[in-house]
Design a protein around this ligand. Structure first.
Ligand SMILES: [Fe+2]
Length: 290
C-alpha cells in the first residue's frame, strides 16, 4: 500500500479522554472491512477503558507485556499456552457459547482442550479403546438422540481420555500409536459403546506462565475426571462436549471454565456379562473375553 494514498485524518492534541477516538479514526482511515473495523474499534475502546478504570501503572502494563511474551514463547506444536490462558479466563467457553447457540434441550458444548488428535483409530462398538492396565475398566454405553428424543444413526463419535496417571497419550514422549482415544459410529438405535478406563482427575500443564498465574491467584491446576466426546454427522451441527464423574474431588472446583453445566457420568459396578446382556450390549467382550 502506498502510504501517501492513505487519507489519515488530522490528529488532535491527544489527551487521556480523546486518545481512544483518535486511534479508532486512524485505524479506519484505510477502509478496512466493516467487521475488522468493528472488532478493532471495540477492542481499542475496551482496552483504553480498562486502563482508565484501573489507573493502570506503567509497571503493571510492562508486567502484562512480559507475561504475554512468556505465554507465546512456551507455545510449541503440541502446547498452546494461549488457549490455556483463554480457558482459565472462561473466554474459550464464552466464544463457543456465542458462536454455537444450541436449541433448548440440547447438550451444551465444552472446550475442545489441547489434547484432541486426528489420528484416533476407527473402532467397532464394544471394542477396547484404552489399554492401560493400571486403569479401572469401564464400559460406557451411550445413545445419541435429537432434541425430540429420537435416536440418530451413523454419527461419528470421537472419544478421548487420559490414562490412569492423568496423561493423554500425546503427553508421553515415546508415543508410537494412539491410545485412550477412538472413533465410533452410532448404530440404528443411536447407541455406541466402548471399553475404556474410569477417568481420573489431572492437572493442566502448569509449569508455564498460566500455571504461575494460577499459583499467584491461589487457584489449583486440577481438572475433574472426565471424558471428551465430539459428535459429527453431515447435515447436523457438530458438538464437542464431555462427561464428568459424579463425586470427583474437583467436581465443584474445576480450574478451567470448561462448561456451562456439567453432564455427569454415573458409574456402576458390573459383575458378570449377564448384566451386559440385560443392558442390551450383546457384543461387548465377545472378541477378547474382556
Ligand atoms: Fe481433558
Amino acid at each position: 500500500m502506498d502510504p501517501s494514498k492513505v487519507n489519515i485524518p488530522p490528529l488532535k492534541d491527544l489527551t487521556i479522554d480523546n486518545i481512544t477516538e483518535n486511534v479508532n479514526l486512524v485505524n479506519s482511515a484505510g477502509n478496512p472491512s466493516p467487521r475488522l473495523r468493528f472488532l478493532l474499534d471495540r477492542l481499542t475502546n475496551h482496552l483504553h477503558d480498562y486502563a482508565r478504570e484501573t489507573r493502570l501503572s506503567q509497571g503493571e502494563w510492562l508486567e502484562a507485556i512480559n507475561f504475554l511474551t512468556a505465554t507465546g514463547q512456551i507455545c510449541t506444536d503440541v502446547r498452546q499456552e494461549f488457549i490455556l490462558l483463554s480457558d482459565i479466563f472462561g473466554l474459550s467457553l464464552l466464544v463457543d457459547s456465542i458462536d454455537h447457540p444450541k436449541p433448548a434441550g440440547s447438550t451444551e458444548g465444552t472446550v475442545l482442550g489441547p489434547f484432541h488428535t486426528h489420528d484416533a483409530e476407527v473402532l467397532e462398538n464394544g471394542d477396547v479403546m484404552a489399554h492401560d492396565e493400571g486403569g479401572e475398566k469401564l464400559l460406557a454405553v451411550c445413545t445419541v438422540k435429537d432434541i425430540n428424543g429420537n435416536p440418530i444413526e451413523g454419527v461419528a463419535v470421537d472419544i478421548w481420555e487420559t490414562d490412569s496417571t492423568g496423561h493423554y497419550d500425546v503427553q508421553h514422549p515415546g508415543r508410537d500409536r494412539p491410545d485412550g482415544r477412538c472413533i465410533l459410529k452410532s448404530d440404528a438405535e443411536g447407541r455406541f459403546f466402548f471399553r475404556g478406563i474410569v477417568p481420573v482427575p489431572y492437572p493442566i500443564p502448569h509449569d508455564g506462565p498460566v500455571g504461575q498465574l494460577l499459583l499467584r491467584l491461589g487457584r489449583h491446576p486440577m481438572r475433574p475426571s472426565h471424558m471428551h466426546f465430539m459428535f459429527n454427522k453431515a447435515g447436523w451441527d457438530s458438538l464437542t462436549t464431555a462427561l464428568y464423574l459424579r463425586g470427583d474431588p474437583y467436581e465443584t472446583s474445576e480450574c478451567l471454565s470448561s462448561t456451562l453445566s456439567y453432564r455427569v457420568l454415573v458409574t456402576n459396578k458390573v459383575y458378570s456379562r449377564c448384566c451386559l446382556w440385560r443392558e442390551g450390549v450383546p457384543h461387548c467382550g465377545a472378541r477378547d473375553g474382556g
